[in-house]
Design a protein around this ligand. Structure first.
Ligand code: PEP
Ligand code: MG
Length: 593
C-alpha cells in the first residue's frame, strides 16, 4: 500500500475520530509576483487581463456562496465582503492606473496597490482595519492566482473526499468546510481551545492542530491516517498501520453505538450520587440533537458565533428568536446563556476598535460589554424575553471583580423595569451566574457568592490565566495542564465556597468532559458538568461505573502530589482498575497518547 516514505507526526488532538484518506493541501503560501515592463501598445491587453481576473474572482466567490450548504448559509457574509473588496477603487481603479502610467504587468501593479493600501491601514493603528487588511490580502491573492493561472485551491472545492492539510484555518474557514467532502483536517498552527478547534468538534470533524511542519512534510494526494483521539498522523502508512487503525476505528464505533443506547439513563454513581450532565453549544442547529445524546440542559451557550456569523451586530429580535427556540427545545432543562465573550482570541477585529498588545488581558467579554452597553443591553433584553419560554439563565464571562457583577446586575434590573413598562413577558427570577475563569474571581468567590445565583468554572481560561499560558500559542501548549495542582486546588476551593454560600457550582471548561478529570471533579464535590455534547454518553457511562466513596479514599493523596504528572498517572492507574473502558473513552476524548 505504501507509496513514498512513511512518516509519523505528532500534534495536538483537538477533535476526536479516526480517518484514513487522501491529503488535500490548501496552499495559503503567498504567490511570488514578477515585475515586467510592458510596451505601451500592450497596455490595453494588460488592463483587459486584469479585468478578466477580477471578473473570474467575482464568479468564483459567487459560485462558492451558492454552493454553501444550508447549514452554513449564515456565514455567507464573509464571501460578500470579499466581493465588495474586488470593486474597491483603491484596488481596482488604482491597479488599472498603475498599469497605464507605469507600463508594468498587472500582477506587479496589483501588488503595488495592495502595498499602498496596507501602508495606509497600518498608520491608522486600528485592529478592526488591520483585520480587514487580511481580507484584502485574501482577495488580492485570489486575483493573483487567476492572473498567473494558479488553481484557487478552494477550501470548498474538494473533488473527492479528503483530509484537508493547511498551515492554518481561521474559524470562518472551518465553519465553511463541507462535511460531505472534508473528512477532517490537520494544521501546522493552532491549539485545543482555539475557536477553530471548538468548531471542528461542533462539526464532528476529526482534527489535529499544532503539527508545526505538516504542510512541508505532506504532499497532495499522500495517504494519511489521522488519529484525532491521540494527535498522531501517519503519512504514507504501511499495510499494518491501515489494518490496525481500521480495527481501532471499528472498535470505537462499536463502543459508541453501545454507549449511545444508554445515553438517556441518568448519571448516578454506584453509591448513589446524581450528576447533571449538560452540553456546551455554539450553534442553534446543534441543540436539536442534544437530548438524544443524553444532555440534561445546556450548561454553556457560547453566543459569540451568532455575532461572528452576522454582518454587523445581530438585532434584539434575531437574538431573542434563537434563545427562545433553545429554551423551548430544552425545557424544562436549563439553558445557560453566556453573554457575549469576544476579544482575546475571539474575533477581536470584528468589534474592538482599539489596538491591544496583549488582547488576552484586554477588552474582552464582560469588559467589552460594559464598555459597549448598547450591545450588552440588547443581548440581555433578548435573553430575558426568552426566559418566558423555558428555564433560561444568564451567565457572565471573565468576571474578575465584584464591581463588574454589580454593574451587570444593575443593567439587568434596569432592563427588567423596561420590560415591565413595555408589558413584555419574562421570568423575573431569571438566575444570573458567573464563570469563574480568572484567578482573582476564585480568590474572592466568597464575596462574589453574595451577588450571584450560581458559579460555573471555565477551566479553559482559568488554566490560561493561572498558568500564564496563551491558549492559542502552540509553543507553550505543552504546559497547558488541567492536572496542575494549582487548578485542582482552585476547583476544590470554588466547590467549598459554593457549599458554604449555598449556590450551585458547575464546570463548563473542556476539563468537564475529560474522562480522567471527571472522577476527580466528582470526588471533589462537583455535581454538574457541561461538556462537548458528543462525549456526554461516554461520560455518563463512566459516572455510572464509579463510586465516590471508593475514590474519596484517594483524594488526600492526590491533593498531596506536587506535580501534574503524578496526579495524572495516579488517576489513570486507579481508573483503569475501576473502569477498563477508560482507554477507549480516553481515546474518544482526545487525551494525548
Ligand atoms: C472556559 O474558558 O473554560 C470556557 C468555558 O469558555 P471559552 O472556552 O469559550 O472561553
Ligand atoms: Mg472562557
Amino acid at each position: 500500500m505504501s507509496v513514498g516514505k512513511r512518516i509519523e507526526l505528532k500534534g495536538i488532538p483537538v477533535s476526536p475520530g479516526i480517518i484514513i484518506g487522501k491529503a488535500h493541501i490548501i496552499d495559503r503560501s503567498k504567490i511570488k509576483v514578477p515585475l515586467r515592463k510592458i510596451d505601451k501598445k500592450d497596455v490595453p491587453y494588460e488592463i483587459e487581463r486584469f479585468k478578466k481576473a477580477v471578473e473570474t474572482a467575482k464568479n468564483q466567490l459567487s459560485e462558492l456562496k451558492d454552493r454553501l450548504p444550508d447549514r452554513l448559509k449564515e456565514h455567507a457574509f464573509i464571501l460578500d465582503s470579499h466581493m465588495m473588496i474586488l470593486n474597491d477603487s483603491m484596488l481596482y481603479d488604482a491597479t488599472i492606473n498603475r498599469i497605464k502610467e507605469k507600463e508594468i504587468n498587472a500582477e506587479w501593479a496589483l501588488k503595488e496597490s495592495f502595498e499602498e493600501i496596507k501602508n495606509l491601514f497600518s498608520q491608522i493603528e486600528d485592529p478592526y482595519i488591520s483585520e480587514r487588511i487580511n481580507d484584502v490580502e485574501n482577495v488580492v491573492q485570489r486575483i493573483l492566482r487567476n492572473l498567473m493561472g494558479h488553481t484557487q485551491n478552494e477550501i470548498f472545492d474538494i473533488g473527492e473526499k479528503s483530509i484537508v492539510v493547511a498551515q492554518d484555518l481561521s474559524p470562518a474557514d472551518t465553519a465553511g468546510l463541507d462535511a460531505k467532502k472534508v473528512m477532517g483536517f490537520i494544521t501546522d498552527g493552532g491549539g485545543i481551545t482555539s475557536h477553530t478547534a471548538i468548531l471542528a468538534r461542533a462539526l464532528e470533524l476529526p482534527a489535529i492542530m499544532g503539527l508545526c511542519h505538516a504542510t512541508n512534510q505532506i504532499e497532495d494526494g499522500n495517504i494519511l491516517i489521522v488519529d484525532g483521539d491521540t494527535g498522531k498522523v501517519i503519512v504514507n502508512p504501511d499495510d499494518d498501520d491501515i489494518l490496525y487503525y481500521r480495527d481501532k476505528r471499528a472498535q470505537r464505533e462499536r463502543l459508541r453505538s453501545f454507549v449511545l443506547k444508554e445515553a438517556n439513563k441518568p448519571a448516578i454513581t454506584l453509591d448513589g450520587h446524581r450528576i447533571r450532565v449538560m452540553a456546551n453549544t455554539e450553534f442553534l442547529n446543534e441543540i436539536y440533537g442534544l437530548k438524544e445524546l443524553g444532555a440534561e440542559g445546556i450548561g454553556l451557550y457560547r453566543t459569540e458565533f451568532q455575532y461572528l456569523s452576522h454582518s454587523g451586530i445581530p438585532t434584539e429580535e434575531e437574538l431573542f428568536k434563537e434563545y427562545k427556540k433553545a429554551a423551548q427545545v430544552m425545557a424544562p432543562d436549563p439553558v445557560i446563556i453566556r453573554t457575549l465573550d469576544i476579544g482575546g482570541d475571539k474575533f477581536k477585529g470584528e468589534f474592538s476598535q482599539i489596538n491591544e498588545t496583549n488582547p488576552a488581558l484586554g477588552l474582552r467579554a464582560i469588559r467589552f460589554c460594559l464598555k459597549n452597553i448598547h450591545i450588552f443591553r440588547s443581548q440581555l433584553k433578548a435573553i430575558l424575553m426568552a426566559s418566558a419560554y423555558g428555564n433560561v439563565q444568564i451567565m457572565l464571562p471573565l468576571i474578575s471583580s465584584v464591581d463588574e457583577v454589580l454593574e451587570a446586575n444593575k443593567i439587568i434590573n434596569d432592563i427588567k423595569r423596561e420590560l415591565n413598562k413595555e408589558n413584555i413577558a419574562y421570568n423575573p427570577d431569571t438566575k444570573v451566574g458567573i464563570i469563574l475563569e480568572v484567578p482573582s474571581s476564585v480568590m474572592i468567590a466568597d464575596l462574589l457568592a453574595h451577588h450571584v445565583d450560581f458559579f460555573s468554572i471555565g477551566t479553559n481560561d482559568l488554566i490560561q490565566y493561572t498558568l500564564a499560558i496563551d491558549r492559542t500559542n502552540k509553543e507553550v501548549a505543552y504546559l497547558y495542564d488541567p492536572f496542575h495542582p494549582s487548578i485542582i486546588r482552585m476547583i476544590k476551593e470554588i466547590i467549598k465556597r459554593g457549599k458554604e454560600y449555598k449556590i450551585p457550582v458547575s464546570i463548563c471548561g473542556e476539563m468537564a468532559g475529560d474522562p480522567l478529570c471527571v472522577p476527580l471533579l466528582i470526588t471533589l464535590g462537583m455535581r454538574q458538568l457541561s461538556m462537548n455534547p458528543r462525549i456526554i454518553p461516554f461520560i455518563k457511562k463512566l459516572i455510572r461505573s464509579i463510586s465516590v466513596k471508593e475514590l474519596k479514599k484517594d483524594v488526600k493523596k492526590i491533593l498531596s502530589f506536587n506535580t501534574s504528572e503524578e496526579i495524572r498517572s495516579y488517576m489513570l492507574v486507579s481508573m483503569k482498575e475501576l473502569f477498563p473502558e477508560i482507554d477507549a473513552i480516553g481515546d474518544y476524548f482526545y487525551m494525548q497518547g
